[in-house]
Design a protein around this ligand. Structure first.
Ligand SMILES: Cc1ncc(C[n+]2csc(CCOP(=O)(O)OP(=O)(O)O)c2C)c(N)n1
Length: 640
């Protein structure tokens, strides 16, 4: 008879009061606990959405880490942090876990405001070893004996930032443990030379091989004081068994492994032995992405991060999306361009699925490059491709494009090369929260001379913007949100012309001047104003944040009629700021102009709709804000 999964109020997990409790459990109980953690994660993620496959692989390793270390004082750093669900369940957040990624609930990433067990709010790859090193240095100076552990995935350890930290780590001269969680996957398959090395280690260690290599480590690692001396002694012996681990060894980091990441007793014994080392070490752990959940094991990429679903006959079933998303529309438009222009090539930094480039790869396998999680390299390489005569399109989420700003500056903008940056997830991103909002791309790119900034407002405009960008002789950045694409705008879509806005709706009483995606709520706001207030306002897609349609915007400001500048971006330094700079430059009185966008604080995780409402970018808030301006302007006119 298959066992019934425990309900949230029963089982071993229900009795866990804190990580210290784990040390009182036997191996069988710990194994059952791992299963319970998985079932809890599946149950919540299937209803709330979230990161599934990586978390399922982390149950045993998380338990073992909490058994060996005391992270109420020792330091635990998660790289990216999307794999910390079991950690959350074991560190006091079990009862609130059902509200995962819901407004006011539990974050999908580590979050110090939730628990002292989370040291940094994270979400971007490659940071854990650096921040952990900083903590280790600080403790060394303060003579604190805390242990430091950084958990890093096989895709994140090849990130430039991780490698810079590893290069520096050999000099640390104190305990420091990197746990390399190797499941051979990023979101898609891990890319690159180091991935090949790890793959070779994986292939030479079948399950029984793993057992042997672990035994070899353990036999040679006596517990207690002599451990470091013993390790020094066995180094040569080990080196012959470690293959690719030599890379770390040569950088002064002792390599151990690989070990089976689902074998709790072995993990505990190995971690305990390594916890006493007085210098940096790396434990290479093999885990299975999607462990214990058939559909996630079969398609770990699909279930890396998932929306809510229901299970029917053992398969996950998703609600049909009402309309296509921006990602899909972008991929379609790019494929169409690539069909007529053989110079077009596409680059992703480990996100072929998320950016839509997986579709492009199906159609043009030789013209898509996945560089791994290294956005800076992606952009610098795109500069080389452009110089070499190709037309590179780099598709990166806005939040991750931040990593590549120096390359956009020096390699792309300064050389004025025709690189097209397509920034998905630009704007509020919903349940991933503050670590993933695309809130600063305009502000970061706007100061770079020669960079054109464009934003489409519907599917036809996406195709037109891309066509325009690919025809240009310099860099263009196109931004679009994590959302479904709105219904087609009225009328035929005019081609994108440099610095020309598109008037979508006319109206004498004021203007909602939008940048891209905010056109949709602005059109609804205009309808509300027309129906409820008999006020007729214009709706315009500026299309370009740089260069602005200076002539049109000047006329609109000079009319003295109210204007709302609406953008799904931080108000500071964004599109609205560009308009106000124009006004100041031309000596225009912008007294009836207001900015709507993200405020100067981090907007927490919630649904994207809730977040848009929170910052005033929904139709109701826009119409109310516009009506306030219209009324004030009418009063002022009467008083004159
Ligand atoms: C700088 C940056 N780029 C891209 C991402 C998107 N991303 C989130 S998780 C992930 C894959 C991580 O793979 P790995 O580190 O091996 O962890 P696993 O999920 O396999 O446990 C990627 C690419 C990110 N979080 N940060």
């Amino acid at each position: 008879m298959p066992q019934r999964d425990p309900e949230p109020g029963e089982g071993i997990l229900a009795g866990i009061t804190g990580p210290e409790h784990l040390r009182r459990l036997g191996n069988d109980e710990l194994r059952r606990l791992a299963e319970e953690l998985r079932q809890r994660v599946i149950s919540v993620v299937s209803r709330r959405g979230g990161h599934l496959a990586s978390n399922l692989g982390m149950a045993e390793l998380t338990i073992a880490l909490h058994c060996v270390f005391d992270f109420s004082s020792d330091r635990l750093l998660w790289d990216v942090g999307h794999q910390c669900y079991a950690h959350k369940l074991l560190t006091g957040r079990r009862d609130r876990f059902d509200a995962l990624r819901q407004a006011g609930g539990i974050s999908g990433f580590p979050d110090p405001s939730e628990s002292d067990y989370d040291l940094f709010a994270t979400g971007h790859a490659g940071t854990a070893i650096s921040t952990a090193m900083g903590l280790a240095w600080a403790d060394k100076r303060g003579n604190a004996a805390r242990k430091v552990v950084a958990i890093v995935g096989d895709a994140s350890i090849v990130n430039g930032l991780s490698l810079e930290a590893i290069n520096n780590l050999g000099r640390l001269g104190r305990q420091f443990l990197i746990v390399l969680n190797d499941n051979s996957m990023a979101i898609d398959r891990t890319q690159g030379g180091l991935a090949d090395v790890l793959d070779r280690i994986r292939m030479t260690h079948t399950y029984s091989g793993l057992k042997q290599s672990t035994e070899r480590i353990l036999q040679r690692l006596p517990m207690g004081e002599e451990v470091t001396e013993a390790i020094r002694h066995i180094k040569d012996g080990l080196r012959t068994t470690i293959h690719g681990g030599g890379i770390f060894e040569s950088l002064g980091i002792s390599y151990f492994g690989p070990v089976d990441g689902h074998d709790i007793p072995t993990l505990i014994r190995t971690l305990r032995a390594l916890s006493d080392m007085d210098r940096p070490a790396l434990l290479h752990v093999h885990t299975e992405k999607g462990r214990g959940c058939q559909y996630a094991v079969e398609d770990p990429c699909r279930f890396h991060s998932t929306s809510a679903y229901r299970v029917e006959a053992g398969q996950a079933v998703f609600a049909e999306p009402g309309r296509p998303g921006w990602t899909e529309v972008f991929a379609k438009a790019l494929i169409a361009e690539a069909q007529t222009d053989s110079r077009v090539v596409a680059i992703t930094a480990a996100m072929p699925d998320g950016t839509g480039l997986a579709k492009f790869r199906e159609r043009f396998p030789d013209r898509m490059i996945d560089v791994g999680i290294c956005e800076s390299h992606a952009v610098a390489m795109a500069a080389g491709l452009a110089k070499g005569g190709l037309r590179p399109v780099v598709a990166i989420y806005s939040t991750f494009m931040q990593r590549a700003m120096d390359q956009v500056f020096q390699e792309v903008s300064l050389q004025h090369l025709p690189v097209v940056l397509c920034m998905d997830r630009a704007g509020l991103v919903g349940s991933d929260g503050a670590v993933h909002h695309g809130m600063m791309d305009i502000a970061m790119l706007r100061p770079m001379p020669g960079v054109v900034l464009a934003a489409p407002a519907d599917a036809a405009e996406m195709a037109a913007a891309l066509r325009f960008a690919l025809a240009g002789d310099g860099p263009t950045a196109i931004r679009y949100p994590r959302d479904t694409v709105p219904a087609d705008l009225p009328g035929a879509c005019p081609a994108f012309e440099l610095g020309r806005a598109r008037i979508i709706r006319e109206g004498p009483d004021g203007t909602l001047l939008c940048y891209g995606t905010t056109v949709e709520p602005a059109l609804s706001a205009a309808t509300i104003l027309s129906q409820q207030r008999q006020a007729e306002v214009a709706v315009v897609n500026a299309r370009f944040a740089k260069p602005l349609d200076a002539a049109l915007i000047t006329r609109m400001i000079q009319s003295g009629k109210p204007m709302l500048l609406c953008e799904d971006h931080a108000v500071a330094g964004g599109f609205g700021s560009a308009v106000l700079e124009l006004a100041a430059d031309r000596g225009l009185r912008a007294e009836n102009v207001r900015l709507v966008g993200m405020p100067d604080r981090y907007v927490s995780f919630a649904s994207r709709r809730e977040q848009l409402t929170e910052v005033g970018l929904d139709a109701a808030h826009l119409s109310a804000a516009m009506w306030d301006l219209i009324r004030a302007e009418r009063h002022a006119a009467q008083a004159r």
